[in-house]
Design a protein around this ligand. Sequence first.
Ligand code: ADE
Length: 234
Amino acid sequence: MRVEGMGLVERLGLELQAPLDPDLPAVWYRGSAPGKRIGDRGGSLEVAIAFPGEDPIHRCDRIGTVPATLTAYLLCRRFKPDLLVNAGTCGGFQRAGASVGDIYVAGRDLLFHDRRIPLPHFDEFGVGRIPAATVPSHLSRSIDASPGVISTGDSFTPTSEEEAFFAAEDVCCKEMEAATIAGLSRDLGIPFLAVKAVTDLVDHPEPEQDAFQRNLEHVSERLQDRLAVLLGHL
Ligand code: ADE
């Protein structure tokens, strides 16, 4: 969602680019950011940030796996990044010790919790189980992030079957994009990092959507503060 990243776009002074595809609402911004001084790179990073954009019919941001994959694919073909980062918000779990505002990076695997296909081979294809790259500890420490299993699905509220899946797989972050972008990154051979900030607790009596709406703006600001720090370490 644009609210999860437009503050960083503005802070870095990135510029709006011509559409990734003239028939899609996806938007992307490009510019430079201060990075680590390495060799002849002079401490500057080329940065692009893309969003799937606003659905012209429903007048809300396009969220979920299909717009995320399409936008990330078009961005990778256009911008050819050395590192693809999927940053956004997630539901966390009290069972895993999470609180609103906590930051996670993908650890162990990225899963899909809503692709139930009880057929040989397709069952594990459905779950995805895409290995997460090990994030160097100085990077996760720099943004005070913990590694955790991320699980992706296209619904905001979980079924009881999905709740059982979260417990069995030790899921720490439930969200709607990371695993599909991780799969795309694997196909394209681009290193991938997911950074997620907790807006709501899935295993809390309060409905996720209420906490999400209350916390989205301030947690997104916190996430973007951390992303700015992370860029300085790349
Ligand atoms: N993004 C933020 N919180 C979420 C949740 N509980 N489920 C899915 N996506 C989310």
